[in-house]
Design a protein. Structure first.
Length: 306
């Protein structure tokens, strides 16, 4: 197995803030690796470190076998990087943007350009100005530009944030094709649906990796908590009553279903009684299997003040 990214206790501070706090990651070739975390968790900083844009304050990493600090130029030549707010040249056409970005590395052949435009559904816009594309097509183009020099390792910082689900699905189909060709993809996200598509995940919170594994192992190794659902509408009185109960950790409302994460000791009976006291009804509380969002919320939720 070839390891493409291997970080060793890597940290980065900005003044008082420790944006990345001693992380260890090991990512094999051909994997789609997801770094999942809330806003300001440190996701973009990890990408900026691993792509040689920022220097770590301590620790380090090998990327594609090269040392992050001393062999940075070799790393830069072999990676693609789609930043969170990727700059296209709005007055250049779609095809000219691709020409421009690939020329930084190796000029792209006409044939490769056509293939890339087709893969990302851009062929019909080839001569349109990039600035006139919709948000979804701008994102497709920014990903195509980052792939124009055929990099081995691709960093995608929130690649589908703000993008409709159909475009997201199509982009992910391309990501799977890239991984099947042996490319390694490093994706950051805060979408659970996107996280579940990754081969392996790390959860980052306040700069620390708090859990790592495949989505299914993360769910199966999630012990010590119960997940309940109850068919009930949100009310602030109900939320306050439940959160005041010992053992209730997090409430998460989905339409008419309330999802309740509790300590393993809390049974459904007391929850049901509390809900029915508040709502004056006969609501049934059901215990369910956790999903990746439950794991994520539990790992990143702040303890209730006692
Ligand atoms: N250049 C910078 N200068 C100062 N603080 C920064 C800088 N870049 C990031 N930070 C801070 O580091 C933390 C992590 O940021 P970031 O990596 O962008 O998080 P994420 O991508 O998970 O939202 C945040 O608190 C952010 O404000
Ligand atoms: Mg970010």
């Amino acid at each position: 197995m070839i390891t493409v990214i291997d970080t060793e206790n890597m940290s980065k501070r900005f003044g008082e803030i420790t944006a990345v706090d001693g992380i260890h990651l090991s990512i094999p070739k051909g994997e789609i690796f997801g770094l999942l975390g809330p806003n300001a968790a440190g996701k973009s900083t990890v990408i900026r470190l691993l792509s040689g844009i920022l220097d770590p304050d301590s620790g380090g990493a090998r990327v594609l076998g090269y040392d992050l600090v001393t062999e940075r130029e070799k790393i830069k030549a072999s990676i693609g990087y789609v930043a969170q707010s990727f700059a296209l040249y709005p007055e250049l056409t779609v095809a000219e943007n691709l020409d421009f970005y690939s020329a930084i590395y190796v000029p792209i052949s006409k044939e490769s350009q056509e293939k890339l435009l087709q893969e990302y559904g851009l062929e019909k816009f080839s001569n349109h100005r990039a600035g006139l594309l919709s948000g979804g097509y701008k994102r497709r183009l920014s990903i195509a530009c980052a792939l124009a020099h055929d990099p081995e390792l691709i960093f995608l910082d929130e690649p589908t944030a703000g993008i409709d689900p159909v475009t997201r699905k199509e982009l992910w189909e391309q990501f799977y094709i890239l991984a099947a060709k042996g490319k390694t993809l490093f994706v950051t996200t805060h979408y659970m649906e996107e996280a579940e598509r990754c081969n392996r995940l790390a959860f980052i919170h306040h700069g620390r990796v708090v859990a790592q594994g495949s989505p299914s192992t993360m769910i199966s190794s999630f012990v010590g908590r119960n997940i309940y659902t109850a068919p009930t509408r949100h009310s602030s009185g109900l939320a306050a009553a439940l959160l005041a109960m010992p053992g209730v950790q997090v409430l998460n409302q989905f339409g008419d279903q309330l999802r309740i994460i509790t300590d393993a000791s809390l049974k459904s009976g007391p929850l049901e009684a509390a809900i029915n006291r508040q709502c004056g009804g006969h609501v049934k509380v059901r215990q369910v299997q956790p999903d990746i969002e439950d794991v994520f919320i539990s790992l990143t939720h702040e303890e209730k003040p006692s």
